[in-house]
Ligand binder design. Structure first.
Ligand SMILES: [Zn+2]
Length: 284
């Protein structure tokens, strides 16, 4: 009886792991492919257009707002539309629905991508205010870097340790907490692509590969959550063939999105990831 009930509930409110690579465009993603794997594994594949309709090239604030709050906005804005209206984030809605919510990143927890889970402000660099939003969010777990004081539910990453261990720690903590929503960020791909730093990009892509392969294995063992893998935007105009870059800034390339569930529709040209995830969370 309980098993059926819990299955029923998980069918209505599935647990979700959303992996976002910052600056993790199609070419960067292809670099971690091996004989078609892991890409051939996913049921759903599409592309997200997170371009900024007001000035073209997105930053991590406007693109994460498109993804997590479902609205296009100005660069620098998080969880807020161009007219100043606040749009709830997927993380906030999940929390309202009784989900256990966690945010894991290898960079500062108050950077735009993770701030997009719980913040509403017009200045992505107002870290003190983002930490206030973080504390008010009542999320259950935060893992990342911080130079600011965060007492609650926060684990500071030790740079000497393997990032995958923190991902495993978060999964272990959420294992028996259903439903859960976990955002995992790979934040340094963007940084090294800005620098056009080939050696460190190889290191970051290697880290990404380890995390993604672990998540796929974890999915195959458990199959009780939906796994999404995507990016906020592409950085560097990277070309895998000759491992070259075209620019030191972000580009307007659409970014891939993979899902262990089939997509009901092709997602391009709209901030649809939010709608897809909301549909799952709301049980539509
Ligand atoms: Zn960037």
């Amino acid at each position: 009886m309980f098993l059926i009930l819990s299955l029923l509930f998980s069918a209505i409110n599935p647990s979700i792991i959303l992996l976002i690579g910052d600056g993790f465009g199609m070419e960067q993603m292809k670099a971690i492919e091996e004989k078609g794997y892991p890409w051939t594994f996913f049921e759903g594949f599409s592309v997200l257009d997170t371009r900024n309709p007001y000035c073209g090239v997105p930053d991590s604030a406007s693109s994460i707002t498109a993804i997590l709050s479902g609205v296009f906005t100005l660069n620098g804005y998080i969880g807020i539309a161009i007219n100043g209206k606040e749009y709830k984030t997927v993380g906030e809605i999940a929390k309202e629905k009784g989900y256990f919510v966690g945010v894991v990143t290898d960079v500062e927890i108050y950077n735009a991508t993770t701030a997009g889970m719980f913040s509403h402000l017009k200045n992505r660099n107002d870290y003190e205010k983002i930490i206030d939003f973080l504390k008010k969010s009542n999320f259950d777990l935060f893992i990342g870097q911080s130079n600011l004081n965060i007492e609650k539910n926060f684990i500071k990453i030790d740079e000497e340790k393997d990032y995958l261990d923190y991902v495993k720690f978060a999964l272990n903590k959420f294992k028996n907490k259903k439903p859960f929503f976990l955002l995992i960020e790979l934040g340094r791909i963007d940084w090294v692509c800005h620098e056009n730093d080939k050696e460190n990009l190889k290191k970051e892509l290697n880290k990404a590969k380890k995390v993604i392969e672990f998540l796929i294995d974890y999915y195959l063992k458990n199959r009780d959550f939906i796994l999404y893998i995507t990016a906020d935007h592409e950085t560097g105009g990277f070309n895998l063939k000759d491992f070259s870059f075209k620019t030191k800034t972000h580009t307007t390339e659409p970014v891939p999105i993979f899902s262990t569930d089939k997509f009901e529709e092709f997602l391009i040209n709209q901030p649809h990831l939010n709608r897809e995830i909301l549909k799952k969370i709301r049980g539509e």
